[in-house]
Design a protein around this ligand. Structure first.
Ligand SMILES: Cc1cc2nc3c(=O)[nH]c(=O)nc-3n(C[C@H](O)[C@H](O)[C@H](O)COP(=O)(O)O)c2cc1C
Length: 403
């Protein structure tokens, strides 16, 4: 998501300035190009040398420093950026930006830019609660600044309260959001993800190899694009993505119930979960003993969730997945038609880099008019972007479904 993006990171003189080193590393790891501006006070907390080494570039600290390559640093940096991030942001810099003060390189550059700016306040809880600081934050919000809520927890001054710098993954997510198109703004979207587990007895179950990565990537990217996301997830080992509502389920029947309870409010439904087609007809009350040479299992069909909502879809957009090991396109097209979906995303388990568990996927998006879009191998986050692009184009054409 941040590959090739140009980020200017402003670091100010708070105790959390050391965490800007970790943020710099994370941004670089995500493929961003990072230029750093430090205030004079920030240099008291962490050295420019550390940030220079981590960012692989000069660190800018002085409006009036002799130019190395840039004509006027504040203008060049303001134009260079796709987005600005100030982390940590002191009460002082928030006050200065809110008052239109430009008395150092960071405040001058911020004044000179029309790019999105993310401000991550970090300070003592009483400083944060100070009505003037709150008024300044409100003023920044009113203009074009994105303000991240500070985290709650133990502060450097040993008290517990609000004022901690949010963690690095949280800041990265906000930056991605800042740089994402708001194509799903206000739309309600229901996404299912992960496998289901069908118990045989209290300790054993039938499941499949779904990791949940594709569904979680869809939830993450939909949220970045402004959607209100409900995620229904089977058991996974992943960190949950940001979502407005998360419902954890175990079995196909629980997934069925959760989807029926929630799909009506959604404009878009994406079923990325790998729901078991069959479940053991009987779940043994006690652990099954190893006292027979062979054991037969009687299975019975689980509800076909997507067909059921397909029949009652109204004007909702429905997308599902077809994971196949043979006749991929023919099977996917048949499934699309039979289940009254608008899109089916087909992937072939036999292709390397596609399917369960991997961080990449190779998908083909087929729409209900038979249009086939085969995409190259890409990360699941990129694949999620491509799927949501296709869905957004239909929503935008339909128009009326929005909000
Ligand atoms: C040890 C120490 C820790 C500080 N921590 C913070 C902090 O976390 N947040 C904050 O807003 N100010 C903090 N300050 C106060 C700022 O350093 C001070 O307001 C300074 O003028 C900020 O300058 P700047 O915004 O230009 O970087 C701290 C000061 C000291 C001495």
């Amino acid at each position: 998501m941040l590959k090739g993006k140009k980020i200017v990171l402003g670091i100010t003189g708070g105790i959390a300035a050391y965490k800007a080193a970790e943020l710099t590393r994370a941004l670089i790891k995500e493929g961003a190009q990072v230029k750093i501006i430090m205030t004079k006070c920030a240099c008291e907390f962490i050295t420019p040398l550390t940030l220079q080494t981590l960012s692989g570039d000069l660190v800018y600290t002085d409006t009036f420093a002799p130019a190395v390559k840039w004509d006027m640093a504040h203008i060049a940096l303001a134009d260079f950026a796709d987005a600005f991030v100030i982390a940590p942001a002191t009460g002082n810099i928030i006050g200065k930006i809110a008052s239109g003060i430009a008395d150092d390189l960071l405040t001058t550059t911020i004044m000179a830019t029309d790019k999105p700016v993310l401000v991550c306040p970090a300070m003592n809880d009483k400083m944060l609660a100070n009505p003037i600081v709150q008024e300044n934050i409100k003023k920044l919000k009113k203009h074009r600044y994105q303000i991240m809520d500070s985290a709650y927890g133990e502060l450097a001054c040993k008290v517990t309260g609000a004022g901690r710098l949010p963690d690095t993954p949280g800041i990265l997510e906000e930056i991605c959001k800042l740089l994402s198109p708001a194509t799903l703004d206000g739309l309600k979207i229901l996404i299912t993800a992960g496998p289901t587990e069908e118990p045989l007895d209290p300790v054993r179950f039938i499941t499949n190899s779904s990791s949940g990565k594709m569904g979680y990537a869809l939830a993450r990217v939909a949220k970045r694009r402004g959607a209100q996301v409900t995620l229904i997830t089977g058991p996974t080992a992943l960190t949950l993505p940001p979502a407005d509502k998360i419902i954890r389920v175990r079995t196909a029947r629980e997934m069925h119930r959760a989807v029926l309870d929630n799909y009506k409010m959604a404009a878009i439904i994406i079923k990325a979960a790998a729901v078991a087609d069959y479940r053991p007809a009987v779940m043994a009350k006690e652990k099954i003993k190893k006292n027979k040479e062979s054991l037969s299992l009687m299975l019975e069909r689980n509800p076909d969730i997507i067909s059921e909502i397909g029949r009652n879809k109204g004007r909702r957009i429905i997308a599902g997945f077809a994971m196949e090991t043979e006749n991929l396109l023919a099977n996917a097209k048949e499934k699309l038609k039979n289940k009254k979906m608008d899109f089916i995303i087909a992937n072939n388990l036999r292709e390397e880099g596609a399917g369960f568990q991997a961080d990449t996927n190779i998908i083909t998006i087929i729409d209900k008019n038979g249009q086939v879009q085969k995409l190259p191998k890409m990360t699941k986050i990129e694949a999620a972007g491509a799927i949501l692009d296709r869905i957004s184009s239909v929503i935008n054409k339909k128009g009326a479904i929005k909000k």
